[in-house]
Design a protein around this ligand. Structure first.
Ligand code: IPE
Ligand code: IPE
Ligand code: MG
Length: 233
């Protein structure tokens, strides 16, 4: 048996614990985690996966120590400057979802630059959830819909699932078929709450920096053996 697998969403968790096990600073875990991500994006696109969304930084992660947040932002700057070019060369389109107003201006400018540069690529789409929180995303969609109603552009009766989805950051992106969380935690942590309504969930104890393309393939095999019913019999 095989299920259609168009979109994989990943919660890349466990960088800090990976570093702690090695008596290294948390930053070392983030650095290794970013390298793992490059391998996984490459592997997934080679397998023909059309969409991959990764949770890189949540709205709640802003509450971490300033030194850790600063490190993560500098790591991101580095990736924005050079490494994302690799994805561009592989034919990937890059999109960012999240609260941009909380990010530094130079980072937002680089993000827009990369989105524009890769907008014509159609081999696969790589979506980075950055300063992302699903409740914030849903609230901002509610505000957009409400103001359209207030202006008289739409009627309350016009609000349906398609219209609402089109107000989310993920407009035009199909819902994830499979969501993977590493590090053994079994929770969603404010990730894609609307979009994951019928996704298959997979939790692995592997810490994100240790995650491999081989394990991704095993998870996809498990996904293929599942029966997706969508409420039907
Ligand atoms: C995930 O790893 C990366 C981010 C949330 C930025 P963590 O930093 O959460 O690692 P743990 O959960 O402390 O091990
Ligand atoms: C979720 O991981 C966010 C990212 C992976 C970026 P966290 O480590 O922040 O989640 P909690 O705190 O364990 O729920
Ligand atoms: Mg964590």
């Amino acid at each position: 048996m095989s299920n259609e697998l168009e979109h994989i969403a990943i919660i890349m968790d466990g960088n800090g614990r990976w570093a702690k096990k090695r008596n290294l600073p948390r930053s070392a875990g983030h650095k290794k985690g970013a390298e793992t991500l490059q391998e996984i994006v490459k592997g997934a696109s080679e397998m023909g996966i059309k969409y991959m969304t990764v949770y890189a930084f949540s709205t709640e992660n802003w509450k971490r120590d300033k030194s850790e947040v600063d490190y993560l932002m500098d790591l991101l700057r580095h990736y924005l400057k050079s490494e994302f070019d690799e994805i561009n060369k592989q034919g990937g389109r890059i999109l960012f979802i999240g609260e941009r107003n909380m990010l530094d201006d130079d980072i937002v400018a680089q993000m827009e630059n990369i989105e524009n540069k890769t907008s014509g690529n159609d081999k696969f789409t790589f979506i980075v959830a950055l300063s992302y929180g699903s409740r914030a995303e849903i609230l901002s969609a509610v505000k957009k819909v409400s103001s359209s109603v207030a202006k008289g552009d739409i009627l309350v009766e016009d609000i349906d699932e398609n219209l609402f989805s089109s107000m989310l950051y993920t407009r035009n992106i199909p819902d994830p078929d499979l969501v993977i969380r590493t590090s053994g935690e079994q929770r969603i942590s404010n990730y894609l709450l609307w979009q994951l309504a019928y996704s298959e969930l997979f939790f692995t104890k592997t810490l994100w920096p240790d995650f491999t393309v081989a394990e991704l393939k095993e998870i996809i095999n498990d996904f293929n053996s599942r029966e997706r019913r969508y409420g039907k019999v």
